[in-house]
Design a protein around this ligand. Structure first.
Ligand SMILES: CC(C)(COP(=O)(O)OP(=O)(O)OC[C@H]1O[C@@H](n2cnc3c(N)ncnc32)[C@H](O)[C@@H]1OP(=O)(O)O)[C@@H](O)C(=O)NCCC(=O)NCCS
Length: 169
């Protein structure tokens, strides 16, 4: 399989925050934002693998700033690292002031998707070659995050999490 770059998987979704999507403080409801992030990540994972993909885990989500009703929200997702059948996807969320064009980062998340065949069996994905400094940084740390996610979901014995252990040495 020919390796690909993270930018080949880039998925960008831009949409408004409507009143029906808010909490009692008139800010975007967290679950609505997570759904938008999941959709963008799913498109990025499909662009990378050109296969059916399923969400295996949501490893990290930070809600840094509330997003008021009426905001324009852009969700940008890119594959940061591909393993054998799984892919780590970084998703960054921005709001944009339509008067000035100023963009503010409000949220980020890290998802794991797995490529599967029509029977739901995991299938191999292409490797990834990071290009920018940020892509290289995210690529380098992805194995550590994968091990953490596997340990937390009891799929890996902590004793085998070599990359994770290096953090504490
Ligand atoms: C995710 C799923 C396909 C994994 O299937 P499985 O039979 O356990 O397969 P494996 O153990 O071989 O795991 C496949 C890959 O997923 C990775 N993986 C599984 N669970 C993971 C987790 N919690 N965190 C990180 N990676 C995980 C494995 O490490 C493996 O990666 P690799 O092949 O790149 O090394 C399966 O559990 C599933 O279908 N889950 C339901 C998905 C779903 O319904 N999502 C919501 C709707 S899309």
């Amino acid at each position: 399989m020919k390796p690909k770059t993270p930018s080949e998987s880039l998925a960008i979704l831009t949409d408004l925050v409507l009143p029906g999507e808010t909490n009692p403080l008139d800010s975007l409801f967290g679950g609505e934002l997570l759904a938008r992030m999941d959709r963008a990540c799913s498109i990025a994972a499909r662009r990378h693998s050109r296969n059916i993909v399923v969400t295996a885990s949501v490893n990290h989500v930070v809600f840094n700033k509330a997003v008021p009703v009426g905001s324009v929200v852009t969700v940008e997702a890119k594959v940061s690292r591909a393993f054998r059948t799984s892919m780590e996807i970084f998703v960054d969320v921005w709001t944009e002031c339509l008067q000035t064009g100023k963009k503010v980062k409000v949220n980020e998340g890290i998802y794991t998707f797995v490529a599967v065949d029509e029977y739901g069996k995991p299938t191999q994905v292409p490797a990834i070659i990071p290009e920018t400094n940020l892509e290289k940084e995210r690529f380098e740390a992805a194995l550590r995050r994968k091990q953490l996610s596997l340990v937390l979901s009891k799929r890996m014995d902590p004793k085998e999490a070599t990359e994770l252990k290096k953090l504490f040495e």
